[in-house]
Design a protein around this ligand. Sequence first.
Ligand code: NAP
Length: 275
Amino acid sequence: MKSQIKARKKKIKEGLKEEFSRIREKLGSPPVLLSYMVGEDPSSEVYRQSIRKKGEALGIKVVFREGSEEGILEANQDPSVHGIIVHCPREDFLRYSSLISPQKDVEGIAPTNLGKLMRGERGPVPATALSVMELLRLLNFPLEGREAVIVGRSLIVGKPLFFLLLRENATVTVAHSRTKPLQKFTSKADLLVVAVGKAHLIKPSMVKEGALVVDVGINVVDGKILGDVDPRVGEKATLTPVPGGVGAFTPYMLFRNFALILREKIEGKTPYSPD
Ligand code: NAP
C-alpha cells in the first residue's frame, strides 16, 4: 500500500503545482500563505518548516510572522496575505482559530467553515480529515451503507471526518475517551478510523475480520514513530501504514484548501456555494 500512497502523493503534488502556476498567473505574483505564531509553541516549529518547504516547491510564498492576536486581525485585512495558518499553544486553539477570516482559513477551522462542512457546502475542510477521504478513494473503499467508526472526536480530525463520511452515506459512530467498552464499537466497524494519540491502543481483538483500519495516530516512542493501532491488526484487517499513510497526504490537503480559497477569490464566488 505504501507505494500506492506514494504514487498518489506524487500525482496530487503535480496537480497542485499546475494549479498554483495558473493561480500565480491570474494573481500576477505568487500567492502568500502566512504562518503566524501566537505565543510559545515549540512543537509547531518543525511543522511550520515543513509547510514552508512543501509550499515553496508548489510556487507558494510562505511567510513566517510571530505576534499577538491582533496580528491575525491585521492579516485578515491585509490584501497581500491570501491564506493564514495560526500556530498556538493547544489550550488557545479555539480562541485564535475563531479570529481567522473564513476567506483566508486554509485549515478549515474558522467557525463559518466548520458550519459549511456541516451544511454540506463547499469550503476548506481540516486537512487530516480530507486526507483520510483521499486514502479511502485510493483504496476504492465503498462507503455507502457501511458501518464506520471513528475513535477520537477532535475538531481537526474526528468531528470533520464524521460529516465527510456521513456525506458519503456511511453510518457513522464517533467513540472517545469515555466510550465504554470501546471494543463494542470498534469490533463492528467495516471502516475503523483511529485518531487518538495513544500508541498501539487498538489491538487485533478489537477489530472486525476483513475491516479497513485507517491509523491517523502519530506517536513518538523511543525515537520511533508509532501509530494508534497495533501492527498485528494488519493480520486480520487492512491496515494503513504509519508513517507513510494518512500523513503523506495531509500537507497537500492543506494546499488544496488554499487553492480552493484562491479560486473562489479570483472567480469572485458568493459565500453560499453548494458542493
Ligand atoms: P486530540 O485533540 O488529543 O484528540 C484525541 C481524541 O482521542 C479525543 O477525542 C479523546 O477523547 C480521544 N481519546 C483519548 N484517549 C482515548 C481512549 N483511551 N480511547 C478512546 N478515545 C480516546 O488529538 P488529535 O489532534 O485529533 O490527534 C489524534 C492523533 O492523530 C495524534 O496522534 C496526532 O498526532 C495524529 N494526527 C495525525 C495527523 C496526520 O496527518 N497523520 C494529523 C493530525 C493529527 P476525549 O474527547 O473524550 O478527550
